[in-house]
Design a protein around this ligand. Structure first.
Ligand SMILES: *Cc1c(COP(=O)(O)O)cnc(C)c1O
Length: 381
């Protein structure tokens, strides 16, 4: 049986070109980037090249990129780092109810330390209402953190407008762009983004490596104390092979983004059209137009996600019930609740996220299998 992997929002495999570029940095080019001899200098050079590639992909400057261990650490570094360093200006942070746990739980941790956090509601498509954002800003607001693309329902926020509001009100704007990078074009200058999080394993790079973009001039505190790496903002010997891989992965992603988009949108829209027209009792979650190119999120009447996933797994289809972080628990996802789904709708949700390896034949098989297993599950009741 052929396995069909459609869970690219959870993680992606490492592309062959990326792995190839990384390998020498595990062996002959193993130097520490801080060392003063040639293999150390080679490692430092490799870091610089990767840093340029990451910066180019989002139109930032080279020295505004700090490598971290991934999306979660970047969210922590930016939100905590900026909040701590700007405490004298104010203690209010604005975020949304549909953020990734790396943002939500960071904000909750800050609340325990005396910061005030506004969690903005979203509409039924998952959009933050700009008027509510404007109204939430007060004299003590120091940071707005709103994700660029939602990992469950795929909704793309109007980042450019949020950036304008933040700039007009003189408040820093961070976006968790972990799902967006590699899928949609992000330009930090054009969009007035002050800080951004990304993670390589969401765009065909290795796991455990990511980056924070933090605009020059913004004060932020380090959250890992130690050596002077990453301009003393993130201590720890750099993971050179992973950083090299991330650089290569983002370079490929940027150069192929238009074709990649077209391909994924085709798979996504085919799947949505077919399941809506051929299976009864299906609802699409998220916005139809402004959504991640590979994201399909369905609520299926009369079906429990967990049993559906098991049956899909038996057919070789790897999908998700919503978010990797909420699957395995019986609590309905905070994102699905925030867009107004009832518990039974939220519990019958399936997320398919297409990627580079998928074909239209995969989509056809998925639609056929869905028809069959949904029928079976409904008849078992
Ligand atoms: C995956 C993800 C993260 C976490 O990234 P890690 O590199 O796995 O820590 C954060 N935010 C969003 C939106 C994500 O999809």
């Amino acid at each position: 049986m052929k396995e069909i992997y459609v869970d690219h929002s959870a993680t992606t495999y490492v592309r062959e070109e990326v792995l190839k570029e990384m390998l020498p940095y595990f062996s002959e080019k193993f130097g520490n980037a801080s060392s003063q001899y040639s293999i150390g200098r080679d490692a430092k050079k490799a870091l610089d090249i990767a840093r340029h590639k990451v910066a180019d992909a989002i139109n930032s400057d080279f020295d505004e990129i700090y490598f971290t261990s991934g999306g979660s650490e970047s969210d922590n570094l930016i939100i905590k780092g900026i909040s701590y360093a700007n405490k004298n200006k104010g203690n209010h942070i604005i975020t949304s109810k549909i953020e990734h746990p790396a943002v939500l739980n960071t904000c909750k941790a800050l609340e325990k330390q005396g910061f005030k956090v506004t969690y903005l509601p979203v509409d039924e498509h998952g959009f933050v209402k700009l008027e509510e954002l404007r109204n939430a800003i007060n004299e003590s607001t120091i940071l707005i953190s709103i994700m660029a693309a939602n990992n469950e329902i795929g909704t793309l926020q109007n980042i450019e407008e949020i950036g304008k509001i933040a700039k007009f009100k003189d408040v820093y704007f961070h976006t968790d762009a972990v799902q967006a990078i590699g899928n949609v074009i992000i330009d930090v200058k054009k969009m007035n983004i002050d800080a951004l999080s990304m993670s390589a394993h969401k765009f065909y790079g290795p796991k455990g490596i990511g980056a924070s973009y933090i605009k020059k001039g913004i004060k932020f505190d380090s959250i890992i104390d130690g050596g002077h790496q990453e301009c003393s903002k993130r201590a720890g010997t750099e993971n050179v092979p992973a950083i090299v891989g991330m650089g290569k992965a983002i370079e490929i992603a940027s150069s192929e983004i238009e074709d990649y988009n077209k391909k994924l949108i085709n798979l996504r829209d085919y799947t949505i059209d077919k399941v809506i027209s051929e299976i009864e009792g299906i609802k699409i979650n998220g916005d139809i137009k402004y959504r991640l190119p590979g994201n399909v999120n369905l609520s299926i009447e009369g079906v429990e996600s967990e049993s559906l996933l098991l049956m899909l797994d038996m057919k070789g289809i790897c999908a998700s019930s919503g978010s990797a972080c909420t699957s395995g628990t019986l609590k309905p996802s905070h994102v699905l609740k925030a867009i107004g789904l009832k518990d039974n709708e939220a519990n019958g949700t399936l997320r398919i996220s297409y990627g580079y390896i998928n074909t239209i034949d995969d989509a056809k098989i998925i639609v056929d299998v869905l028809k069959e297993v949904i029928n079976k599950l409904r008849n078992m009741k």
